[in-house]
Design a protein around this ligand. Structure first.
Ligand code: FIX
Ligand code: ZN
Length: 458
């Protein structure tokens, strides 16, 4: 375990116990999920069938059988779950991370997985109320609060916000704006229908309309941050509608409201559309875009995660350069023990504690249990090794210091980063884009890349 430090065995064992206890008992703020509070009713997924039809498992099950995709999607949810259970749990051992996750969850909820009895599992879930189950899952996962993913463009979700029902403090809001940035013509039509003065061309009036839309929804849902997921080709600055809207509407809005903007980079949507939600893929992003955002907009704060393993090191190095960049999570295809351990080590070794190592991305309430149980199992030995390395130098890590550090990693660093005014302006005399404008000589890329329609003076 202790690869770099030679500590007496007994000392190492006691340090390991201490770290394990602290990691196991520190409450987590899960900064990105797809969960909802019970007030959103059917939007909050939970229970054994939703666990089994999780799109991670759908993708794995389709590899094993030649059932036509279309036929699968026409089946009712229980039949889909039956089929996946048979393919992935009965006819093969459930070794993948997502399969093991179902079993960890059931086990931690006190259910017997040895019997492989799906009807019995269903009966147990049918006997639970959603309110009690939220309490149970949060407690079993050691999670105190989660961020939801909230889209005004979702026809099921929007009316719930418009009805302005009671809020559950354990579920914070994050304003998701993918349709605005990646499907502008359709988004423009919808904004216009909702009464915002926008048209397809990005005129000053349209930008103003988009900003009003962002302001209204930020206020309505009390958003903690704005967020988008973008494909590997995302470039900034640039002539694309996406880059233009980010520059002219999203970033000014975030500055005005003192909110971070979260970018999730590297997703290739619908690589295989027949798999629906399970059909998305990954590509390596050009992180020059992140550098340009962080350098060009020192008064904005950016939360960034990248889907490609190949981007992780470069992102860490960027975070060393820009304090308005907070990196987070082992997202989706990197949320497997092999990658989490490597990425977490890399981040700790390059950044110390100033990052958020994980978010769950849970889509089903019960998944909180396995995603965080598994993550804690990885974080513990990594931290033990790091503290053992300190102890070997004669530095004695105190329990209170370890607790402070773990709290920081499990949500505290994110909260600090989000605090208004937490990122001092690099130079307040320079407005947004000043760096980009002034660096033309040294940064020939700007001339090379920016299309003629790019107006840094906007
Ligand atoms: O874009 C996202 O927020 C992704 O996390 C999801 O779209 C994805 O489907 C997912 O569930 C990954 O874990
Ligand atoms: Zn997500």
């Amino acid at each position: 375990m202790n690869r770099f430090a030679k500590l007496p065995e007994a000392r190492l064992r006691s340090l390991a116990r201490q770290v394990e206890r602290i990691v196991a008992t520190t409450p987590i703020f899960d900064i990105h999920t797809h969960l909802y509070s019970p007030a959103f009713r059917k939007l909050l997924l939970w229970g054994i069938d939703d666990l089994l039809v999780y799109h991670y498992l759908v993708a794995e099950a389709f590899r094993l059988q030649d059932l036509p995709c279309e036929q699968f999607w026409q089946m009712p949810k229980t039949a889909q779950a039956d089929w996946i259970w048979r393919q992935l749990f009965l006819e093969h051992s459930p070794l993948s991370e997502a399969c093991r996750g179902v079993l960890t969850t059931l086990n931690r909820l006190g259910l017997d997985v040895r019997r492989r009895d799906l009807p019995a599992l269903r009966r147990w879930f049918a006997g639970q109320t959603i309110e009690a189950h939220v309490d149970r899952c949060l407690a079993a996962a050691g999670v105190k609060r989660v961020c939801m993913t909230n889209s005004p463009f979702d026809d099921l979700e929007r009316p719930v916000w418009e009805a302005d029902g009671p809020r559950d403090d354990r579920f914070e809001a994050a304003l998701r704006i993918d349709p605005l940035l990646v499907a502008w013509p359709e988004a423009a039509r919808r904004l216009a229908r909702w009464g915002y003065r926008v048209s397809r061309a990005l005129s000053a009036r349209t930008v103003e309309g988009v900003r009003r839309f962002l302001a209204d929804w930020t206020r309505r849902i009390d958003a903690r941050y704005l967020m988008v997921s973008l494909p590997p080709e995302f470039a900034f600055p640039g002539p694309s509608v996406c880059a233009q809207l980010i520059e002219k509407a999203v970033l000014p809005h975030c500055r005005e409201q003192c909110l971070p903007f979260a970018l999730m980079l590297g997703v290739k949507r619908a690589v295989n559309p027949r798999l629906v939600l399970a059909g998305d893929g990954v590509g390596r992003s050009d992180l020059q875009a992140v550098q340009n955002l962080c350098a060009g907009f020192p008064q904005n704060r950016f939360l960034v995660t990248v889907l490609s393993l190949e981007n992780q090191h470069e992102l860490c190095v960027l975070a060393r350069k820009f304090r308005n960049l907070h990196i987070f999570g082992c997202w989706w295809f990197t949320n497997v023990p092999y990658a989490i351990e490597e990425i977490t080590r890399l981040r700790l070794e390059l950044l110390g504690l100033s990052f958020t190592p994980q978010h769950s991305d849970a889509r089903v309430l019960d998944q909180l249990v396995y995603k965080w149980t598994h993550f804690r199992q990885i974080l513990t030995p990594v931290l033990v090794e790091k503290y053992a390395g300190l102890a070997a130098t004669g530095w004695r890590p105190e329990a209170a210091e370890i607790r402070r550090d773990v709290q920081h990693l499990l949500g505290g660093a994110f909260e600090q980063f989000c605090e208004k005014g937490s990122v001092p302006n690099i130079d307040t005399s320079e407005g947004p884009m000043a760096w980009l404008k002034n660096s033309g000589g040294r940064n020939a890329w700007l001339q090379r890349r920016a299309a003629p329609s790019f107006h840094p003076d906007y």
